[in-house]
Design a protein around this ligand. Structure first.
Ligand code: IPE
Ligand code: IPE
Ligand code: MG
Length: 255
């Protein structure tokens, strides 16, 4: 059981507006390597520290009753890294799922994945499948793991699937709309992210949620991912809550 259970959000303590908690928060967890380098440690230890940070953030997002937390854990471009580092990242993923599944399940978390599963190592695949199957009927936070995820790859596979439906005469070209495209994305059924947080001060999306990020508020924080804690999360949400989201319209629909 997580310690905060049954404890309501204390607005005084967090200064968060409970009525404007983002439904979907997506995080580009960046800076593990630089965090390690700053301390004279190997990059692997940066990634390990990153997993620790993730634990706290999942718990806090659940407490805040955020509906979806998507975390960018491995991109389609991250295969370009040295094999040794890729192996460490995959091993940490497997270890995280093995170690956390019970706690996630006990806390009603639903595990999902966005990305290509069948290119991952077999043990990672089997832990993922187990976590997804075991938690699918839960009612709490959706933890969406963006793994072997690339926004362009996602769009290409969607275009291929939609084209196949057109060729089979199941769909007319003029019927293709946003809902149809959404339904072929890895994130089908999830709301678009309201808030995208990137750590380590980098101002770019790096191929993350290209379609879904259209109207997301982007908050860049200077902290490296392993030093991103609950207070930094609150700070990013506070920044989000002060933003004026217009979706192409005008303020309040008036003026
Ligand atoms: C984020 O940290 C983790 C992954 C991309 C898998 P990095 O490994 O990118 O750390 P930096 O950016 O090199 O500091
Ligand atoms: C983005 O970080 C991918 C993840 C956080 C998994 P990168 O470190 O791979 O991005 P770039 O290379 O700095 O753009
Ligand atoms: Mg990086």
């Amino acid at each position: 059981m997580w310690p905060w259970q049954s404890k309501k959000i204390d607005e005084e303590e967090t200064e968060l507006n409970q009525d404007r908690i983002p439904a979907h928060v997506a995080i580009i967890m960046d800076g593990n390597g630089r965090w390690a380098k700053k301390r004279g440690l190997p990059r692997a230890l940066g990634h390990r520290a990153g997993v620790e940070a993730l634990r706290d953030i999942v718990q806090e997002c659940s407490r805040l009753e955020i509906k979806v937390l998507t975390v960018f854990a491995f991109s389609t471009e991250n295969w370009r890294r040295p094999k040794e580092e890729v192996n460490i990242l995959m091993a940490l993923l497997t270890e995280y799922l093995k170690g956390e599944l019970k706690e996630l399940h006990d806390n009603q978390v639903i595990v999902r994945m966005s990305g290509v599963m069948d290119e991952l190592p077999l043990d990672a695949q089997s832990e993922l499948k187990k976590a997804i199957a075991q938690t699918r009927d839960n009612q709490g936070l959706i933890l969406n793991l963006a793994l072997n995820y690339g926004g362009r790859a996602e769009l290409i596979q969607a275009i291929r699937q939609v084209s196949a439906e057109v060729l089979k005469n199941n769909l007319k070209i003029e019927e293709i709309n946003e809902d149809i495209v959404n339904s072929y994305l890895y994130t089908a059924g999830l709301p678009d992210p309201d808030l995208i947080i990137r750590t380590s001060g980098e101002h770019r999306l790096s191929n993350f949620l290209l379609w879904q990020s259209s109207y997301a508020e982007i908050v860049v924080v200077p902290e490296y991912w392993p030093e991103f804690g609950i207070e930094t999360l609150h700070q990013a949400i506070r920044v989000y809550q002060q933003r004026d989201r217009r979706f192409g319209g005008i303020k309040d629909g008036r003026e």
